[in-house]
Design a protein around this ligand. Structure first.
Ligand SMILES: [Fe+2]
Ligand SMILES: [Fe+2]
Length: 178
């Protein structure tokens, strides 16, 4: 385990007790690592951004993710890292448009992992045989995983310039990794 991952995990465990939310953070971490590896970016840094993007959500839901800023600053995370985290909630909750690749990928990995995870829970073999086609079809069912924002899922893939089906297949592969 890298020093950065170790430190980030400690921070996550300090601020998030809810197991479901912790798992969500680890899912986004996996997806960020997957893409960083593909793009030859810093996997540790991208993974940490995924892991910490919802750091203040449990304790400060009304001011998330702005309340995470002082916590991240105190713990030595840099401006670009913090801006990427603020960017995942732009424009609804912050004034930080997604400018870096890390910010764009973070936004694109967030809601979709929630949906894919919810979908996998209904399957006896989990993610094993899940394909993007069935995910995209299920996205039209408004009653299913209703708190996951479908528009954000589509917008995320669009901002990356990746076909939604391809992005979802990538997310599935990333989430399957141990
Ligand atoms: Fe969030
Ligand atoms: Fe999230």
């Amino acid at each position: 385990m890298s020093e950065l991952r170790d430190k980030s995990k400690q921070l996550l465990e300090k601020y998030i007790e809810n197991e479901g939310l912790r798992n969500h953070c680890y899912h986004v971490e996996k997806c960020m690592r997957f893409y960083a590896e593909r793009l030859n970016e810093d996997t540790e840094r991208w993974g940490a951004a995924g892991m910490l993007h919802d750091l203040d959500w449990e304790k400060f839901p009304d001011t998330h993710p702005n309340t995470a800023v002082p916590i991240l600053e105190e713990n030595g995370y840099d401006r670009e890292f913090i801006d990427a985290i603020l960017g995942h909630a732009y424009p609804d909750r912050t004034d930080f448009p997604r400018e870096t690749l890390m910010a764009k990928y973070l936004f694109a990995c967030d809601e979709v992992t929630g949906f894919v995870h919810a979908y996998s829970l209904m399957k006896p073999d989990g993610l094993e045989t899940v394909q993007s086609k069935s995910i995209i079809k299920r996205m039209k069912d408004k009653a299913f995983a209703r708190n996951v924002n479908r528009d954000d899922i589509r917008k995320g893939a669009e901002e990356l310039g990746i076909e939604l089906s391809e992005h979802i297949d990538n997310i599935i592969s990333a989430m399957k990794k141990q």
